[in-house]
Design a protein around this ligand. Structure first.
Ligand code: FAS
Ligand code: PHB
Length: 389
């Protein structure tokens, strides 16, 4: 089989790219290891920056998110004694949209068939070949049959554990990484949120986040040591810990209910440079990971796709090969700013095992400064709504 662009991974990055290319009449195929149901079963991001919403709008796929998503003009930082509201709407003129990654992925999946976007699910043993040549190709097996797709270029949207980044020779790339000494235990439940906006809490017992998916569905997180197992956390234990860490005002409004899903995710900051090697581009988690504290992961994938789709259209439709050459530097410039914000908010809102009294005082002083400075709040707000692309 021949195509113009072979996309590996049918998560939000891969599907968004596939749709954007199809909309320009560019031939592409998305190759996914899992089933569509499995992709949708993963509970991930919840807060969308304007770039993510704008790409869906460009595709005409934003109707449901605008109908069901929640426009948020602010969020809160709590540290036991106080609640500091960051009024992003007032400080930046922008808002964020609370709409689950699962639903965004579902919107993209549902539109694939009607729009002629070919997605191969259940592809095993996906491997990339000749990415340094002008004739790269991808092999895989599906339903027991070996398949091959020849392409002009391959785009790795296969997440942190996919094969694309690993197809680049170690000598050709550089890894920057920080692994955090805790993970996030998340719970999803059909109960109303405890607050109409998100609350990020730094309590002496640890971090907590009160988020949501709708007025009737909540998403909460607490940080736990990496040694913890989800089997040791029954629902009541999670609700009890959330009530303590979020503080008495929020706790008074927590509605408990059975977990629809609960899991522990490790946290890391990770960047692989460059995000292009020959005729392979890397997008999204295939190239970088941020701790979810800043709600950047999905949105960074979207900005990568914004740059990658423009470069691919420029090359494949207008012969501008320079756009492909410029992709990595352009994407990395925004990636690193989001990495910094996510790392800094993680540093501010979590208790690190190695921290002493001085580090705790630094956290208190920074929260005091944020509480008293519009300039400090604006700096946080412009990162939270998303820096310009
Ligand atoms: P994805 O990982 O979503 O998609 C990659 C796709 O490639 C998957 O469907 C996978 O099955 C497929 N794939 C992998 N290997 C393959 C192979 N060998 N062959 C073919 N296909 C293959 N971000 C936030 O903003 N907020 C959050 O709260 C948040 N929580 C997260 C929790 C967890 C547990 C994880 C892992 C991530 C979380 N993220 C969060 C980040 C997450 O939302 C990602 O940024 C987002 O999924 C990135 O999208 P993709 O780059 O498409 O990668
Ligand atoms: C979520 O709702 O899943 C969510 C929201 C904000 C974050 C992380 C996760 O920073």
């Amino acid at each position: 089989m021949k195509t113009e662009v072979a996309i590996i991974g049918a998560g939000p990055a891969g599907l968004l790219l596939g749709h954007l290319l199809r909309a320009e009449g560019i031939d592409c195929v998305v190759i996914e290891r899992q089933t569509g149901d499995h992709v949708l079963s993963r509970i991930r991001a919840g807060v969308l920056e304007s770039i993510t919403v704008e790409l869906m709008a460009r595709l005409g796929l934003d109707a449901r998110m605008r109908a069901e998503g929640l426009v948020h003009g602010g969020f809160n930082l709590a540290d036991g004694e106080r609640l500091i509201r960051i009024d992003v709407a007032e400080l930046t003129g922008q808002t964020v949209l609370v709409y689950g990654q699962t639903e965004l992925t579902r919107d993209l999946m549902d539109a694939a068939g009607p729009r002629g976007l070919e997605v191969v699910y259940g592809a095993d043993d996906v491997a990339l070949h000749a990415i340094d040549s002008d004739a790269p190709y991808v092999t895989y097996t599906c339903k027991g049959r070996a398949r091959r797709i020849d392409a002009a270029i391959v785009v790795g949207c296969d997440g942190f554990h996919g094969p694309s980044r690993r197809a680049i020779p170690a000598s050709a790339g550089r890894v920057f990484e920080r692994v955090y000494p805790f993970g996030w235990l998340g719970i999803l439940a059909d109960v109303p949120p405890c607050n109409h906006e998100l609350i990020y809490a730094n309590h002496e017992r640890g971090f907590a986040l009160a988020s949501m998916r709708s007025p009737t569905r909540s998403r909460y997180y607490i940080d736990v040591p990496l040694t913890e197992r989800i089997e040791d956390w029954d629902d009541d234990r999670i609700w009890d810990e959330l009530a303590v860490r979020l503080g008495p005002d929020a706790a008074a409004h927590i509605t408990r209910g059975p977990a629809l899903e609960k899991s522990i995710a490790p946290l890391r900051s990770f960047v692989f440079e460059p995000m292009r090697h020959g005729n392979l581009l890397l997008c999204g988690d295939a190239a970088h990971i941020v701790p979810p504290t800043g709600a950047k992961g999905l949105n960074l994938a979207a900005s990568d796709i914004h740059y990658a789709s423009a470069a691919l259209i420029g090359w494949l439709r207008h012969g501008d090969r320079d756009a492909i050459a410029a992709y990595s530097d352009k994407a990395l410039a925004r990636v690193w700013k989001s990495e910094r914000f996510s790392w800094s908010l993680t540093r501010l809102m979590h208790r690190f095992p190695e921290d002493g009294a001085f580090e705790r005082r630094m956290q208190v002083a920074e929260l005091d400064y944020i509480a008293s400075s519009e300039a400090a709040q604006r700096a946080i707000a412009e990162n939270y709504v998303g820096l310009p692309v």
